[in-house]
Design a protein around this ligand. Structure first.
Ligand SMILES: Cc1cc2nc3c(=O)[nH]c(=O)nc-3n(C[C@H](O)[C@H](O)[C@H](O)COP(=O)(O)O)c2cc1C
Length: 279
C-alpha cells in the first residue's frame, strides 16, 4: 500500500502538472520508437498506474514526453466505472492503458465476474488493459494458493477473446504482478495462456531478465525502483520491452520524463521483445 508521504507527493505532483500544462509548449514525445502488444509507441517510457486514477490528466500527461500512460486502478462503482469512462472517451495524443480490478481481491468466481464486468466496460476505450493483481491482498492469496492466479489469468484471456469476437476489436490484456522467485515459471504459464503482456513490479535485475526470457515474445513492462536513465537502460537491456515510472515522476516533476529519455543511451537498447520501427 502507498505511504502517506507517497500519496502527498502524488497530490503535489498532480497540481504541478496541472499548472505546468498551461505553460509547457506542446512538443511530440522523444522519438525512440518501439512496438509492444501491437501498439506503436513513440518511446518505451510510460507512467505507471496510481498517478492518474480516473484519466482526468490525460490531456496534460502527453506534454511530459511519455510514450504511453496507464490510468487506474479503475474499480467498478456498481455497474459504472465512475469518471474514468467520461475522460477516456475524449481524444488523446498517446496510447492509454487502463489498469482495472474487481472489488474482491481473491481468484474465485466472484472476483472473476467483477474483473470480466470491468473489462467489458473499459475495453472499448482502452489501447490496452491491465488486470491489477499486484495489491498486497492479492499477493497474500497468491502465497496461499499459487496455482490459482494462472488459472484466473487464463479465464481473463478467454474473456478478452470472447469480447474481441463480439465487438470485432481485440484489446491487448496485460496483468500487473509483483515479481519474485517463482515468477519465471509462472510467466511461462501465462504466456501459454495467451496473455499479451506482464507489468512486473520489482527491481531485481536477475529476476527481470529471467521473466523477460520466459515471457518472450510477450512483452515485460518493468516497473518499480526506476529512478534514472541508467535504470531504464538496464531494464531494457535485461529484456523488458517497456518501462514505467511512478515515484520518479512525482518527485522529478512534469519535465522529468523528457530528462530521463534524453539521458537514455539509445544504442544500449536491444530488447528482444521490442521491434524497432523501420526508419
Ligand atoms: C501513491 C501511489 C499510488 C499508487 N496507486 C496504484 C494503483 O492504483 N494501481 C496500481 O496498479 N499501482 C499503483 N501504485 C504502484 C505504482 O504503479 C508502481 O507500481 C510502484 O509505485 C512502483 O514504481 P515506482 O518505484 O516507480 O514508484 C501506486 C504507487 C504510489 C506511490
Amino acid at each position: 500500500m502507498a505511504s502517506i508521504g507517497a500519496l502527498l507527493a502524488t497530490s503535489a505532483a498532480r497540481l504541478a502538472l496541472r499548472l505546468a500544462a498551461r505553460v509547457i509548449r506542446p512538443e511530440p514525445p522523444p522519438d525512440f520508437p518501439v512496438t509492444a502488444m501491437g501498439l506503436h509507441l513513440a518511446n518505451p517510457l510510460g507512467l505507471a498506474a496510481g498517478f492518474d486514477r480516473d484519466g482526468a490528466l490525460l490531456r496534460a500527461l502527453p506534454l511530459c514526453g511519455f510514450g504511453f500512460v496507464e490510468i487506474g486502478t479503475v474499480r467498478l462503482q456498481g455497474a459504472t466505472a465512475g469518471p474514468a469512462l467520461e475522460h477516456l472517451t475524449r481524444p488523446r495524443a498517446i496510447p492509454v492503458g487502463v489498469n482495472f480490478a474487481g472489488a474482491s481481491d481473491g481468484f474465485g468466481a466472484d472476483a472473476l465476474a467483477e474483473y470480466q464486468a470491468a473489462m467489458r466496460l473499459l475495453a472499448p476505450h482502452a489501447d490496452y488493459l491491465t488486470a491489477n493483481l499486484s495489491t498486497p491482498r492479492a499477493a497474500m492469496r497468491q502465497r496461499e494458493a499459487p496455482w490459482r492466479r494462472a488459472a484466473f489469468v487464463a479465464a481473463l484471456c478467454r474473456a478478452r477473446d470472447a469480447l474481441a469476437e463480439e465487438t470485432g476489436r481485440r484489446v491487448p490484456l496485460a496483468v500487473k504482478l509483483p515479481l519474485g522467485a517463482g515468477s519465471p515459471l509462472e510467466c511461462e504459464r501465462l504466456r501459454a495462456a495467451g496473455l499479451d503482456g506482464v507489468v512486473g513490479v520489482g527491481a531485481d535485475r536477475t529476476i527481470i531478465e529471467e521473466v523477460a526470457l520466459s515471457l518472450a515474445p510477450v512483452p515485460l513492462i518493468s516497473v518499480g525502483g526506476v529512478r534514472s536513465a541508467a535504470d531504464i537502460a538496464a531494464r531494457l537491456a535485461r529484456g523488458a520491452a517497456l518501462v514505467q515510472v511512478h515515484r520518479a515522476f512525482t518527485q522529478g516533476g512534469p519535465l522529468s520524463p523528457r530528462r530521463l529519455l534524453a539521458g537514455l543511451d539509445v544504442t544500449a537498447r536491444s530488447p528482444p521483445a521490442v521491434s524497432r520501427r523501420a526508419g
